[in-house]
Design a protein around this ligand. Structure first.
Ligand SMILES: Cc1cc2nc3c(=O)[nH]c(=O)nc-3n(C[C@H](O)[C@H](O)[C@H](O)COP(=O)(O)O)c2cc1C
Length: 216
C-alpha cells in the first residue's frame, strides 16, 4: 500500500479567485472570452478543449472532448466528422451541454444550447487552414466506425497521401463544423471551504441575458 493519501483524502481548498456579480460582464459571451483568454495566458495545454455531451436515440448521454475553434455569431464552433457517433446523435437531437474545466484556474464553465451545422464555406475555410497531415487524417479515419487494425488506418493515410500528391487536400464532404448557440451559461469559480461562486446567465427568447447566483 502506498503511504500517499488516496482519492478519499485528496482535497484542494480553492482560493485563486472570486466571481462576484459586480465584476462579471453583463453578457456571458464577454465573460466567457475573458476566462478563455485567462486560461490561454495561464499556459493551459488545450485551454480550448471542452466536454461535449449529446443524447442520442437510446437516451444515454455521451460525452467526449472536442476543441473550440471559433467564437462568433453568438456561438461556439467545433469541427468533426459528420458521420461520427456524435453527429448521428446531433441529427437526432440537437441539444447539447458543453463543459470547460480549467483546473489551474479552479474554474468551470457549463453551457447548454443547440448545435447547428455551419456552412460548407466556413468549414472549407477552416479545413484549408489545417496542417496537411490533419487534412489527410480526415480522409483516412472513418471516425467512430470499427476498424480491424492500426495498419488499416496507416494504409488509409498512405492511400490518400498518394491520391492527393502535389495537390491541395480538399475537404471531405462528410467533415465540417457545428456552432453551439447557448441559452444558458454557468460560470463556476472555486472558493475556500466549498463555498464556490456560481453565476448563471439565462437568455430569454430575444437573447436578453439575466444573471443570478446558485448555491454551491
Ligand atoms: C484533447 C482532445 C481534443 C479532441 N478534439 C476533437 C475535435 O476537435 N473534434 C473531434 O471530432 N474529436 C476530437 N477529439 C476526439 C473525441 O474526443 C472523440 O474521441 C471523437 O470525436 C469520437 O467521438 P464520437 O464517437 O462520440 O463521435 C478530441 C479528443 C481529445 C482528448
Amino acid at each position: 500500500m502506498s503511504d500517499k493519501p488516496g482519492i478519499e483524502k485528496h482535497r484542494i481548498d480553492y482560493q485563486k479567485s472570486i466571481l462576484l456579480e459586480s465584476q462579471a460582464a453583463l453578457n456571458p459571451f464577454e465573460q466567457f472570452n475573458v476566462w478563455l483568454k485567462e486560461a490561454e495566458t495561464a499556459g493551459i495545454q488545450d485551454f480550448n478543449a471542452f466536454t461535449l455531451s449529446t443524447v442520442g436515440s437510446n437516451g444515454f448521454p455521451h460525452a467526449r472532448i472536442v476543441l473550440l475553434r471559433g467564437i462568433d455569431q453568438g456561438g461556439f464552433v467545433f469541427f468533426t466528422n459528420y458521420t461520427s457517433n456524435k453527429a448521428a446523435e446531433l441529427d437526432f437531437n440537437d441539444k447539447v451541454c458543453a463543459n470547460f474545466f480549467w483546473n489551474v484556474l479552479e474554474r468551470q464553465v457549463r453551457l447548454y444550447g443547440v448545435a447547428r451545422k455551419i456552412s460548407e464555406a466556413e468549414s472549407e475555410a477552416y479545413f484549408n487552414s489545417r496542417p496537411r497531415e490533419n487534412q489527410i487524417a480526415a480522409w483516412a479515419s472513418p471516425q467512430s466506425r470499427e476498424i480491424r487494425t492500426r495498419e488499416e488506418l496507416d494504409e488509409g493515410v498512405q492511400k490518400f497521401t498518394r491520391e492527393f500528391e502535389n495537390k491541395p487536400v480538399p475537404k471531405p464532404p462528410y467533415w465540417g463544423g457545428y456552432r453551439i448557440i447557448p441559452h444558458y451559461y454557468e460560470f463556476w469559480q472555486g472558493r475556500p471551504s466549498r463555498l464556490h461562486d456560481r453565476l448563471i446567465y439565462k437568455g430569454d427568447s430575444d437573447f436578453e441575458w439575466f444573471m443570478y447566483r446558485l448555491a454551491p
